[in-house]
Ligand binder design. Structure first.
Ligand code: ADP
Ligand code: MG
Length: 231
């Protein structure tokens, strides 16, 4: 369960302001995150993943209050619990496709680099239509192929939480449907809680919930906490 309470975030430089008074995401549910460009969707994913520190308010992940963790503890939390598909992929250019997918084995202890993991990495790549590219440097791939490598890397450790930032943004409708199937079936198999940013409204019926950022925009925030209080 991801629970956000009275969260206020501003970047040190810039005027952007994100305020979420209350948001709860059930364990093992899959939620789509939608909203206008610049409304803070990526920022929220970076806060929930522990990349950005929380100055005001709380994000509770099961029993862990991210706002009380040090930078090192948040990093550890992220490596152990979170699979992240970044909007700009963040692949390592000098590594091959398979070594990018196996990266979680090298930078944390969430998953061991053994035969079973190696096979899982290859299977994920096969299921993503990348079987012919396994040993290639990622620099030789198209944008859509890179995006699929990033998705395989996030799924590899069977994370408790999968945060994906427009993971089908560079894919044609058929591939995007297949990749969503792979993400959601892997998530359902492993009881992963999913938050996925998308602009593709044709995909929304595949999710349990839709989190619409329109409601967090400062001027239109309907104060959901107050709404639940008896008049
Ligand atoms: P979205 O993903 O919904 O398009 P973002 O979370 O990326 O929105 O960005 C929200 C706002 O924060 C934007 O106005 C963006 O310019 C600003 N922003 C993003 N990153 C930074 C940063 N590192 N420093 C200052 N402002 C930022
Ligand atoms: Mg974004």
């Amino acid at each position: 369960m991801i629970e956000i309470q009275q969260l206020t975030f501003t970047y040190p430089h810039g005027s952007f302001h994100l305020h979420i008074s209350e948001l709860a995401v059930e364990s093992a549910s899959v939620s789509a995150v939608v909203g206008p460009s610049g409304s803070g969707k990526t920022t929220l994913l970076h806060l929930v993943s522990g990349i950005l520190p929380i100055a005001l308010g709380k994000i509770l992940i099961d029993q862990t209050d991210l706002s009380t963790l040090t930078d090192a503890e948040r990093r550890r939390f992220r490596l152990q619990q979170v699979g992240l598909v970044f909007q700009d992929f963040e692949l390592i250019d000098y590594l091959s496709v398979i070594d990018n997918v196996l990266l979680p084995c090298r930078i944390g202890d969430a998953v061991a680099l053994d035969d079973a993991t190696q096979r899982r990495a290859e299977k994920l790549l096969e299921q993503s239509g990348l079987v012919d590219h396994i040993r290639k440097p990622v620099t030789q791939l198209s944008q859509g192929e890179k995006q699929r490598v990033a998705i395989c890397r996030a799924l590899l450790p069977k994370p408790a939480i999968l945060l994906a930032d427009e993971p089908t943004g560079n894919l044609d409708p058929t591939t995007s449907g297949q990749i969503l199937d792979l993400m959601l079936s892997s998530a359902r198999e492993n009881n992963t809680t999913v938050m996925m940013v998308t602009h593709d409204h044709s995909l929304l019926n595949r999710f349990d919930h839709v989190i619409d950022f329109e409601r967090f925009l400062t001027s239109s925030e309907p104060a959901p906490a107050a709404r639940g209080t008896p008049e």
